[in-house]
Design a binder for this molecule. Sequence first.
Ligand SMILES: NC(=O)c1ccc[n+]([C@@H]2O[C@H](COP(=O)([O-])OP(=O)(O)OC[C@H]3O[C@@H](n4cnc5c(N)ncnc54)[C@H](OP(=O)(O)O)[C@@H]3O)[C@@H](O)[C@H]2O)c1
Length: 335
Amino acid sequence: MRFVVYGAGAVGGVLGGRLALSKNDVLLICREPHARAINENNGLKMKSARGEYSATLRAASDLAAGEVDDDTCILFTPKSHDTKLCVEKLSKLAPAGVSLVSFQNGVSNEEIISEKFTNVHGGVCRMTCSALQPGQVSFRRMGRLVIGKYPKGSHSFPKKLAPILESAGFEVSVSNSIMCDKWLKLVVNLQSGFNAIVDSRDHDSVEFMDLKVGVLEEAKKVLKSEKMRAKSCDDRDLSVDDVIKELKKPKAPRSPSAVRVNNSTWQNLYLKRKEVENGYFHGPIIEIAKKHKIPVPFNEVALELVTECCKSKLGPGVFRAGEVLEKINLRGKDR
Ligand SMILES: NC(=O)c1ccc[n+]([C@@H]2O[C@H](COP(=O)([O-])OP(=O)(O)OC[C@H]3O[C@@H](n4cnc5c(N)ncnc54)[C@H](OP(=O)(O)O)[C@@H]3O)[C@@H](O)[C@H]2O)c1
């Protein structure tokens, strides 16, 4: 199997880099400065807490005609707001029946991809990765991947792909209900806004814990009202209740990590990108909440503040946890 990683930044770089290290043929489709740096350095530099190394692979800013054949697997990894445009471009150069796996967060990408492609699979990537400089990616530690046929069911392709990803060092599960796994990841991801906008000096505070628990408790109510399942296919990932329990446990002081890797929202704010993806996480929760008249001030305020940080180019870590909690309490009283 050959791999084309389309929209290769942080996640795509780590997936592609690890696959290349385990002797797979990998082509990254990424932005021009990233592609140039990779080709000039004869590989993608990868940094993790375990050390630094280089993965030999090809990189280009666009896919050439004839590059994708029947034996190609496309790993689709742009941000959700780029999905439509990437699918349009990709569909002109890849056959509609190509095997494609979306490792994006959110629950709307696979539906958009399915408008042009017929062999679509969903993927959950449980690891924190970043790409802050051209030619380089960082990740904390090797993570876990869940893959499965979209929208659901058993299929031979994820079963064929899983051992290849395992050989590249990932822990892999195959799901017959991948959207339940994706909803679980979406709910867990609701914390990412607060992780990114709140000053890291407050990250061990009670107020910070209250913010993260608040956003998750709201999501639980909302999903229950719609009878939606946010669940791990094999119970290997913590349930939303488990995550809440973990958040409430007293924490040991953080050990200084050799490699500092922040989440994707933090990365977008830090790089002063013009868009953030968080509307694709809080949006579906806020929409269902409206339908059932469930107040969701934690989700609303999280999305508003992340959007403000992005639009005004404030960068990450600009709010204190207490200040954010106060805004949420005021929102509650206004109703
Ligand atoms: N980072 C994480 O830890 C993590 C973990 C799990 C899941 N995820 C999910 O994985 C997805 C990707 O996240 P990420 O953090 O890897 O984002 P990212 O670093 O921004 O990577 C996406 C890359 O695709 C590029 N791109 C967009 N359109 C393109 C096109 N037409 N041609 C070539 N390149 C294009 C983007 O360039 P521009 O920025 O210039 O547009 C960007 O470099 C998101 O859905 C995210 O939520 C992330």
